[in-house]
Design a protein. Structure first.
Length: 468
């Protein structure tokens, strides 16, 4: 804390005469005060005073607009983000007037400021219009209609501002207000559906979104919704920290090591495998709305191939529910082309009761996006009633219509295996052991959005950096 004498000298340094003011008709005068004790330098104090005074100007001029915009449930930008992005609009007449406040150690600034007509226009809605047509035999009629309508809005936004390309769909759709579909329907004698819409965006909201992105703390907080199992491994055990009681049983002797966040479990190698079994429960029984997300770090190429033999280009298991070709199987396979490990998810095509196996379906990590030994990465799979999606480090890798990723209904009754996969239907044989580390396993009974997954990724990596 600064000595009171230093505050006095700081205040004296601020008491400079203000220059004559040239009046502007619609200028706003604002005063903001704070205690100068907590600041390390004069420049820090002056900047904070000025920014807060400018925020007061923005609130007076556009406060009702900002409150109305951010009052929308789950809106993608916050009041503070819009205020921060708008600070550059505020023009101050003459010099700023720094002075003492009424209380001891208070320092104040008074500004007379205005906003140009050009910048005012950034708070005015702009109309978007777009028509889009598409056909997809893999989609049901309802799914195709929903997809085309959403894509119409998304393409209009990207045309409005190409920097929005690559932003997740959920966030983009919330940027458009008063959406009205004008013409919608199938082209005669075809399977092609078309939609035309009009809606409105507010430039300052788009600007705030691009500058600051969705608020990380808000998105991370939202990711506790629907969390049915969480394993941090910080205590060296497989206890469920979601308070749903889905504790795991450890088989073998995995080592507690430093993880991506806190501690992790290091599973034995191919010759000394370890694994965890989590008994099924009602909270783990969803097979059409879920998210499985975890951090992994593969340490050895020695693995098991599809015939049960030892290989340098085999498979390693992260997590499976139902076992071999009977449900969700989240794993990695090593490419014999580039030598990298590629996280994938398989649906399985077998009947848990021992019936014939059909064709399995996999979602793959994109070519060239594989990972090396000794690297931490986050892999996630989400499933809702329309799409199954695979993400690596919060970035979408591939997706498939849910109807094409069929899951055995009996998966709802089966346990979860971590670090190895249950072989066959109900056999005790274990396949594809992991030679590496796992951390921060999260299971949800809903499909997280790409924004939420990216928020989790940023949270975990920022906490890892803070541990160093």
């Amino acid at each position: 804390m600064k000595h009171p004498l230093s505050v006095i000298f700081l205040l004296i340094a601020l008491l400079l005469p203000a220059a004559p003011v040239q009046a502007v008709d619609d200028a706003v005068e604002k005063t903001y005060c704070t205690q100068g004790i907590a600041y390390e330098s004069l420049d820090d104090l002056k900047l904070d005073l000025l920014n807060n005074a400018k925020k007061a100007v923005i609130n007076e001029l556009f406060g009702e607009f900002i409150v109305a915009s951010t009052a929308v449930e789950n809106f993608v930008v916050t009041k503070d983000q819009i205020q921060t992005s708008s600070l550059g609009f505020v023009r101050v007449e003459g010099n700023t007037d720094f002075h003492n406040g009424d209380d001891f150690a208070d320092v104040c600034v008074t500004i007379r400021a205005y906003v140009t007509d050009e910048d005012r226009a950034k708070f005015d809605p702009e109309q978007l219009e777009k028509k889009y047509c598409d056909a997809d035999d893999d989609l049901t009629t309802a799914q195709l209609i929903a997809y085309v309508k959403d894509e119409t809005v998304i393409q209009a936004l990207i045309e409005y501002n190409p920097k929005l390309k690559g932003v997740d769909k959920e966030s983009l759709l919330q940027l458009v207000q008063k959406v009205t579909y004008l013409e919608s329907g199938f082209i005669s004698d075809t399977q092609t559906y078309c939609a035309a819409f009009e809606g409105y965006v507010v430039p300052v909201e788009v600007m705030a979104f691009l500058e600051t992105g969705p608020d990380l703390e808000t998105k991370v907080a939202a990711t506790t919704e629907g969390l049915v199992a969480y394993y941090s491994f910080d205590n060296g055990a497989a206890n469920d920290e979601s308070e749903n009681g889905n504790n795991g049983t450890i088989h073998g002797n995995p080592e507690t090591v430093s993880g991506v966040k806190g501690q992790a479990l290091k599973f034995g190698d191919y010759n000394h495998p370890d694994y965890i079994v989590v008994a099924n429960s009602n909270s783990l029984s969803s097979i059409d709305h879920f998210t499985y997300s975890l951090w992994f770090n593969i340490l050895d190429n020695t693995s098991q191939d599809g015939n049960g033999g030892v290989s340098q280009y085999g498979y390693q298991t992260f997590l499976g529910k139902s076992g071999d070709r009977t449900g969700i199987f989240l794993y990695a396979v090593r490419s014999d082309t580039d030598g990298l490990w590629y996280p994938n998810v398989m649906n399985g095509g077998c009947d848990l009761t021992g019936g014939p196996c059909g064709s399995t379906v996999d979602l793959y990590t994109q070519t060239g996006m594989g990972v090396n030994l000794g690297e931490w990465h986050m892999v996630s799979v989400t499933h809702n009633d329309q799409r199954v999606r695979l993400y690596l480090d919060g970035v979408l890798q591939s997706e498939l219509v849910a109807d094409k990723f069929m899951l055995d209904p009996a998966m709802a009754t089966r346990p979860i295996y971590i670090g190895k996969e249950l072989g066959g239907t109900h056999e005790a044989t274990m396949w594809f052991p992991l030679s590496g580390m796992l951390d921060e396993i999260r299971i949800y009974d809903r499909a997280l959005s790409e924004t939420e997954l990216q928020a989790l990724y940023k949270q975990d990596t920022s906490e890892k950096a803070a541990q160093r």
